[in-house]
Design a protein. Sequence first.
Length: 520
Amino acid sequence: MGERVHRSVMNIKVGMLFYILSLILAFFSRKIFLDCLGAEFIGLTGMLMNIMSFLSVAELGIGTSIVYFLYKPLQEDNHEKINEVMSILAYLYRCIGFIIGAGGLVVSLFFPWWFDNLSTGLPLVYFAFFSFLASSMAGYIFNYKQLLVSANQKQYLVNAYFQTIAIVQSLTQILLAYYYRNLWLWVAVGLVFTIIGIIVFNIRIRQLYPWLDISLKNGRQNLKQYPEVLRKTRQIFIQKMKDLILYHSDEILVGMFVSVVKVAYYGSYMIIVNKLNFLVNILSDGLSAGVGNLLAEGNEKNIMKVYWEMTAARFFVMGIIIFSLLMLLQPFIGCWLGEQYQLEDIIVYLLIFNLFIRYQSAAVYIYLGSAGMFSDVWANWTELFLNLAITLLLAPTYGIVGILLGKIISFSLISVLWKPYYLFSRVFHKSVWEYWRGMTPYYIIFALFTVLSLWLGHLIIYKHASSFLSLTIYGAAVTIPLLALFFIMLFLFTTGMKYFVARKPAVYHILQHFTFNKNI
């Protein structure tokens, strides 16, 4: 129990450190890249990276299904079984890497029709795409061992190595973009640092797991001994496809239905959103393996206690993100890039609401994934086709608004209504009404503070924040007291936050005395 908590805390601490560093660097680099390389090139790279995300659907969810089979042998320190499972993973990921490469070659045949009007020219398009393709293939063929590290609750090692490489890469690209403004050089640097990252990480893996003996031949033969891998892979595949379309198709759809230049505008908002997603995922990456071990222990009381703790913690983190975005996002874009790069308020509000829908059910998805519950394939098909239908219906007329509505409507029906029922009935063996009784205080408190955030944003920040300095001063003056009050309200009215705070007894007793609240 103590070791699991310790590793989870380490994952979160290291993740937070690199989150802060990458967040600062991302905002600084975006401005440099737009000014020095142009909005068209930045929009192009955004579209190409989204195409790469679609090619990665060839992974089929194999990594997720394999990790499920690593929890028990890692807990038992069974090296022989771990080598069997990792050999299977190595064999499958080698196949995936070559499939992605072949798929990339086919997709590239259509570039003369898709990008014929770009001033950058087709040679650069192909050079950028094949560089991204080579990086993706190399990741599957050589970096699959990071799944073992993650399953062993040492995600902090993965973050430390790959995030450090990413930061050095970004700094190098910033300097080269500023001094040389060479698009070809910017792309080449990314490929070089991918190779460096692979070499450094694999050296560390050999030091960390000297007993690891991976054989592609044995992996192919051992696959027959694990029929559940392929069964769970088939179940996970459609979920991966759905997630890909919902979360990684934005810039492609904007390019198709609006313009490539608008991709750069929308991409600036998505940088902020993706960095915030990274912050939220720090909790998921740090805790998922721990939840898997917790479920394996079978302590029902502890399982439910941790579930509501995670819900409370995620809602507080969600409050930090959502309330801050409602008040600060538009003024920040204006100060950062200029008002000409701002999108309409309705787009911004829909983008933020889409984040809320995703984040509010995060604990549900963590528990389902850790329990290996992927059999509700029909739900993923329903969400996928509903999203496509709404997007194709609305996007030609309403542009980005239609794209976001497709995501919000389709995801809401499944994540808000079905997934909690699936978790509570199949994993917890409890009535879903227990879920809704527990969640009602969270929704009510969050709705009240959302209205308050909008009112304070328009009343104070929008009127007075005309520079980074004034935005920081007014933003801190409004946001910090608001979040403190939000935290206290969660502590007063939700059991999950009491459980969470009780892990620090000194803080718990102070809050208990301050709020005149009863013991849990």
